[in-house]
Design a protein around this ligand. Structure first.
Ligand SMILES: [Zn+2]
Length: 370
């Protein structure tokens, strides 16, 4: 098992999302893991995309779970200086779309698990949850948790980019659309119409003053609200009968999104109708849990970096997987650099990928004893 060659092999699959096309990449990993002795199963979605679940163990105890997604974001408008799918290595950096976010992470835990296979077979083992469609709002993970019951696990490692340092959570995301409706009329006779843009504007003005009734989280800070888009009206000389506003709310524990949405609906009054576009709860695991400290100690032995409670700025599949795994302790830890995710000329440092395999192998070894 060569983790660099495996990362390059995964990068060669164009899994830019949309549309994703992760199926052949998932099938490749399915065959690789099956050949290594795993029980692997592909879970196709109705749109032809695919999640992969693989398990090895003796059926007792709780396995240590890993998760990663196979899709990548688009290449962007700026031209690349390297091929996004060739996996070229230049000055110790492995280039490609999805190298940092997060095919190197997937390759690292697949490689670590295969290297430990004989040992894993004799204990609680490991469960690998490899998803599609993460970048557009965790569509693959959502389908997975709706279609199967996941077994109890000892913990979940999310191999998203953290430079191999443990992070303990991230904010939740609640994206809402506010639709304001009115009645159109000629622009010279506004009194005959009902202006949808003015309704939206009144709502947005109230939203600007919205106060969250939750204290700041000690690590993640305060919840936020941002009005991201606002569209209304068709032509200058008509009263607009439709205005649409998109709102990006970021939450922290213990906020409940259902309650938050109700508060926004109350704020909208009759000026807008609120619908949900994306709902991913916040993720947080107490850094003082014994298992989380062990994960921290094991990663610090490799990185020599001190471990402190930390969060990441992006969301992950853990928002949906952690609740489906009975709130198993969840740590985000992967070889990529979060600053390089989604960038032109994205790369992952080769020695970080090798270090991730070392950390994941040590974690699997440690958990095999329990
Ligand atoms: Zn990612």
């Amino acid at each position: 098992m060569d983790v660099i060659k495996l990362t390059q092999r995964l990068l060669a699959f164009d899994t830019v999302n949309p549309p994703g096309n992760e199926t052949s990449c998932a099938a490749f990993l399915h065959d690789l893991l099956t050949a290594a002795g795993f029980e692997a199963q592909l879970y196709p979605m109705p749109d032809g995309r695919t999640n992969l679940v693989a398990y090895i163990g003796n059926g007792t105890g709780k396995p240590l779970a890993f998760t990663g997604h196979l899709d990548t974001v688009p290449l962007g408008n700026r031209p690349w200086n390297v091929s996004p799918f060739a996996g070229d290595i230049i000055d110790g950096r492995l280039y490609g779309r999805g190298s940092t976010d997060m095919k190197a992470g997937v390759a690292a835990f697949v490689c670590a698990a295969i290297l430990q296979v004989d040992r894993l077979k004799q204990g609680p083992g490991t469960l690998l949850l490899i998803t599609c469609g993460e970048e557009t709002g965790c569509d693959g993970a959502r389908h997975l948790v709706q279609s199967i019951t996941l077994p109890p696990v000892a913990g979940l490692i999310v191999a998203e980019p953290t430079l191999n340092r443990p992070a303990h959570g991230h904010k939740g995301v609640l994206w809402l659309k506010a639709t304001s409706r009115g009645v159109t009329a000629h622009g010279s006779m506004p009194e005959r119409g009902d202006n949808a843009i003015l309704k939206a504007a009144r709502f947005i003005a109230r939203l600007e003053k919205f106060g969250f009734d939750t204290p700041a989280h000690p690590v993640m800070g305060r919840p936020t609200v941002n009005v991201g888009t606002m569209h209304g009206g068709l032509n200058l000389n008509s009263v607009p009968d439709l205005a649409e506003t998109e709102i990006d709310l970021r939450s922290v524990p213990p906020m409940q999104h259902a309650k938050l949405k109700t508060q926004i609906e109350q704020l909208a009054k009759d000026d807008a109708e609120i619908t949900t576009l994306l709902d991913l709860p916040p993720v947080w695991t107490d850094p003082n849990m014994t298992i989380v400290k062990r994960i921290g100690d094991i990663s610090a032995a490799s990185t020599r970096a001190s471990v402190a409670p930390a969060s990441v700025s992006y969301f992950t599949d853990a928002a949906l997987l952690q609740p489906a795994l009975q709130n198993a302790p969840t740590v985000i830890l992967g070889p990529g650099d979060p600053a390089l995710a989604h960038q032109t000329d994205e790369y992952c440092v080769v020695k970080n990928i090798i270090q991730a395999v070392e950390i994941y192998r040590a974690l699997l070894n440690d958990f095999a004893k329990t």
